[in-house]
Every structure is written in structure tokens, then in C-alpha cells.
Design a binder for this molecule. Structure first.
Ligand code: ADE
Length: 227
């Protein structure tokens, strides 16, 4: 899978993309992630990427020309163009799964007060928000998308099953988990987990996941047959 990320702050991506699973996925060739500076698609001396909104109002908008030039240079028939914006529908595990099935994502990171509407009209296939809060720009949000999608690519994480079992993939939050030692500062690992009875362990895990979801995120169970 390939990502082309258009941003005013390429350095924001250096840390997140260079660690752990993302780093290994890149090295293994599962994913190619290219980060582009939108200023490289300007042609004036000051490399201007923003301008005042028509009709007045506070702040600046991202100009359409550099974004159009960059996207049109990278776009292929199988590309999906994504705009990071708090106005988009929320990123969910289902949306991450859908993105993981696409060969090429071009991600536009918004900045300033937003982008010229013609970018949305003519270029963007999908808008995505990572939550109901406003970041200073879309770069961190794009890094979140790259992370959530890359870990779903076959071979990206060691134990394939863990992407299948993890919170949200099942529609439920994951329940409590334990590792050694069996007793730590008086706190014991539940007996069932030490029993070696896989059937009982699976039953316990499922019940704990249901309970945790009911307590913390009842909205995930609404209208579903998961209770
Ligand atoms: N840009 C600024 N805030 C954002 C958010 N919550 N999600 C996606 N992009 C953003």
C-alpha cells in the first residue's frame, strides 16, 4: 500500500513513522509512505500557501493551487484522496479497515482556518476527523490514520490474530489482560487464566469484554446484538 501525504509540516511525521511497527512495515516493503511539503508546489518567491478568505472573517485559508498541483501530480486511477478536517466523519476501525483495502491514499493535511472549498469539490473523495476537537493542523491526524491503517496490513503485526481481536475490531472493547507474575503486590491474576482451559478462558475474555463495553462505551452496543 502507498501513502502520499501533503503537509506544511513534513517533520511532524519523522518521529511517528520511524518507530516500531510502522518502521518495520516500511522496511519490509508492506507500505510506502512519502511525505511532501506543499510549499514545494508553489511558484512564487515567498512560497505562499495561504490567503485571506473572501467575505472577510478571521484567519487564513489554504490556497487551492498548490494542493491541486500536488494531488494531480500524484493521482492515479486507483487513488483515494482524503482530507483531514474536524468537519469530516470520525475515523473508526471500520473506516481504517476500508482504507487498508485501498492501494493508494493521498492525504491532504489542512491548516489555518481550513482549505478553499474547491479542493473539497474537485479533489477530495473522503474527509476524515480523528475526533471532536480541533488540532493546530492535520498532520498529527494524518499520522493517526497512517498508523491505524498500516497495522491492519497483512504481515504488519507479528500475531495476525491480535488485529482481529483488538478493541473495536470485534465491536467490543478488550477486557482486562495479565502477564507474569501470577501475583504482584497482593494482586492476583484471575484463576481461570491460569487454568489452561482454553474454552473457559475464551468464555471469560468474551464476558469481560462485554462487561467493559457495557460500562464504558454503551454506545457501541446500541442497536446491536452484542449483549
Ligand atoms: N485538523 C484539525 N483538527 C482535526 C481533527 N480533529 N481531525 C482531523 N483533522 C484535523
Amino acid at each position: 500500500m502507498e501513502f502520499d501525504i501533503l503537509t506544511l509540516f513534513p517533520r511532524i511525521f519523522a518521529g511517528p513513522l520511524d518507530e516500531s511497527i510502522l518502521k518495520r512495515a516500511r522496511e519490509a516493503g508492506l507500505v510506502q509512505i512519502r511525505v511532501h511539503n506543499l510549499r514545494d508546489f508553489t511558484h512564487d518567491k515567498h512560497r505562499v500557501v495561504d490567503d485571506k478568505p473572501y467575505g472577510g472573517g478571521p484567519g487564513m485559508l489554504m490556497k487551492p493551487e498548490p494542493i491541486f498541483e500536488a494531488v494531480e501530480k500524484m493521482q492515479r486511477p486507483d487513488s483515494c484522496v482524503v482530507l483531514m478536517t474536524p468537519q469530516g466523519p470520525p475515523l473508526t476501525q471500520a473506516r481504517a479497515q476500508a482504507f487498508a483495502g485501498k492501494p493508494h491514499l493521498i492525504i491532504i493535511c489542512g491548516h489555518y482556518e481550513g482549505v478553499d472549498e474547491r479542493v473539497r469539490e474537485a479533489l477530495v473523495d473522503e474527509e476524515v476527523s480523528i475526533g471532536d476537537y480541533v488540532l493546530t493542523n492535520g498532520a498529527l491526524a494524518a499520522a493517526v490514520v497512517v498508523d491505524a491503517v498500516t497495522r491492519l496490513l497483512p504481515g504488519a503485526i507479528g500475531h495476525e490474530q491480535s488485529a482481529v481481536d483488538d478493541s473495536f475490531a470485534t465491536g467490543l472493547l478488550e477486557g482486562p489482560q495479565y502477564t507474569r507474575p501470577p501475583e504482584f503486590r497482593g494482586m492476583k491474576v484471575p484463576d481461570v487464566l491460569l487454568s489452561g482451559n482454553h474454552g473457559e478462558v475464551a468464555k471469560w475474555n468474551k464476558e469481560q469484554a462485554r462487561q467493559r463495553t457495557r460500562q464504558r462505551r454503551p454506545d457501541l452496543l446500541e442497536g446491536e446484538d452484542k449483549l
